[in-house]
Design a protein around this ligand. Structure first.
Ligand code: FES
Length: 105
């Protein structure tokens, strides 16, 4: 669900439609919106699994402070999706645990 008109902020600005790949599935998004907003609009609520208890986590603060929304974005773990703008073709994965960094050769 998206809010296209807000009583205080007004009408949602028109932006270019793009596609994100989330765990191998393509979803629609608007360029520049937070990745987490696109995921929520697509009905995706679980963004990571906690390291110790492997419990699902989703958006909590939505301002880049709590790290509950971290995911693997284009191979980079621990990206705060609530404050990271969406770009066309991004590959996003649900993060399990602390995330592993790719080895550089
Ligand atoms: S939801 Fe808290 S950092 Fe993204």
């Amino acid at each position: 669900m998206r809010i296209f008109y807000h009583p205080i902020l007004g009408k949602l600005e028109e932006k270019r439609k793009i596609t994100l790949e989330v765990d191998g599935k393509k979803i629609a998004a608007y360029e520049g919106e937070p990745i987490a907003a696109a995921l929520l609009a697509a009905g995706i609520r679980v963004l990571r699994m906690s390291p110790k208890r492997e419990e699902p986590r989703g958006v909590f603060c939505a301002i880049g402070r709590c790290t509950d929304c971290v995911m693997i974005v284009d191979g980079q773990p621990n990206v705060r999706t609530c404050v990271t703008p969406a770009r066309d073709g991004m590959k996003i994965q649900t993060q399990k645990g602390l995330g592993k960094w790719a080895k550089k050769l």
